[in-house]
Write a protein that binds this ligand. Sequence first.
Ligand code: ADP
Length: 634
Amino acid sequence: MSKKQFKAESKRLLDMMINSIYTHQEIFLRELISNASDAIDKLAYLALTDQNVGLNREDFAIDLRVDKKLGLLTVSDNGIGMSKDEMEQNLGTIAKSGSLQFKQELDKEHSDVDIIGQFGVGFYSAFMVADTVTVLSKKYGEEEAWMWQSSGADGYTVSPCEKTTVGTEVILKLKADTEDEKYSRFLEQYELQNLVRKYSDYIRYPIRMEMEKSRRKEVPEDEKDEDKEPEWETYTELTTLNSMIPVWQRSKKDVTDEEYDGFYKDKFFDFEKPLSHLSISVEGAVTYKALLYIPAKAPYDFYTKDYKKGLQLYSSGVMIMEHCEDLVPDYFRFVRGVVDTADLSLNISRELLQHNRQLAIISSNLEKKIKQELLNLQKDRREDYEKFFAAFGRQLKYGIVADYGMHKDVLQDLLVFWSAKEQKLVTLKEYVEAMPEAQKHIYFAAGESNARLAQLPQYQRLQEKGFDVLFMTEDVDEFVPRTLMNYMEKDFRNLATDDLDLSSEEEKKAAEEAAAEWKDDLDFLKTALEGKISKAEISADLGSHPVCLVPDGGMSFEMEKYFKRMNPDMAMPVEKVLQLNAEHPVVQKLKSLIHDDPEKAKQYAQVLYAQGLILADLPIEDPQAYTELICGLL
Ligand code: ADP
């Protein structure tokens, strides 16, 4: 029989496993048991709807067997089994789920062997302790059984074999003991028992082993002799090693943070521990238990279509769905976890599940709990909250903007933005509460970077007044205030587009007078900058700057850029207004030139317009002409 080669990436992983001097080689057992449990899950799920399976929940089990003479350790299950193709697919290449992620993390971290034990490495970990791995499997619903066998990196074989029962048997021929590592310990019942308790206690199927035990020999009544030492005898008994109570079913006080975190890392293939976990137990209209996690980092595919949201859904101990989307709203799609409820009818179809009333109740409960947990984080563990927000804040903002702002009440308190005054992230509530008496609006500015925004003339004006400004630098940011409209009865004002409402009555009157006085000059500028601006006006909001450009109408330059990025063909140019600071010496000089030397005044107008572009972070339309113009003037 010819040997087949492993796929390249599998081979790399395999090499690593074989040569690993990893100190936690013992995790191979957890991996094999977890695979067995997954396989049983699949068949148990089938059994719900298909009478032919012929197995009940009580029949499922994972068995450990040792053969000390031959140095064999066997992990067997009566789960769904694998067909020939599946064996080649699943064991000949790195599987899609855990292992693939593993590989990606590995590439990032330059294959540091020490990461291995932190999350699922799957089937391949068997090669850390075994010379030869043999897998016998019979798939549910099929006649033939198959044997997969490999002694490591030189490949594997697949051939037909005898196996009467459905399920899988993984047989490890343990490596010979060395000075550093006693592989034979994996044949000792107490070692195995401890490993199961340590890593696999929560597995919901019995993990059984024939255990050697001893007991006092029964002595018939009439032969009893007080003075004689009691005699002992040994016997073997099929013993269940695990408690079978999953973490989420255990009472909070009995589970340590390490156990909660460990479960998360294991189950959701993350090697950073979560920021927070929530253990929920509800009895009432709907009875359920849930264990939810807020990850510390966004998975690499989080903001792509590939990311699958949803919680694992169990009903009476059977996993019925890996990603139940209906349990979490989109804006909380980063939440990972498990929901277990006995209240679902078990043979419910996935379609029906969508409209299930109980699920709807659970999901709305969970939403409240998640929000509360985030608010607690925000209040009590600010640094962690900022970490959370850096990872998932964008998702919350999308949530605000989505569905015409339908969810803003849920989400607005969770937002934080950069406060220019405080130089840190603040919530909207903190912003409003810190507003001086005279400030009537929530001011914000949107652009590329905080440093850029701090250059805005309007910002300088607000700063002089002692008003804070929220700096927004993410694409989606500017749509947030637009959707919220107001917060705690204060409306939002965009520095770039809105009336900042800063002038007193006198100042307004003065501005009107100035406008009248400047009318001819403004018309002159409009003509001089034909096609570039829609109008020119006097503004009292420019601080020490001579000019600035603001958009005409509600859409800002940032939005214009955003839409242009999204779809270049549909770009909607925003018209520009040239604002002048009548007090500024350069602007006064311009005014006198308009009367004395209109040609020169036109050149001045061009230069000031270009300055406006630069400040607004817009490109100079014709850099060469601009440079020539400046040189001419110099
Ligand atoms: P993972 O479990 O992360 O997917 P593994 O390398 O551990 O990766 O396993 C690869 C695949 O092989 C599994 O996804 C599963 O389809 C299959 N498999 C492994 N062990 C068993 C088993 N005991 N019974 C049925 N299928 C199994």
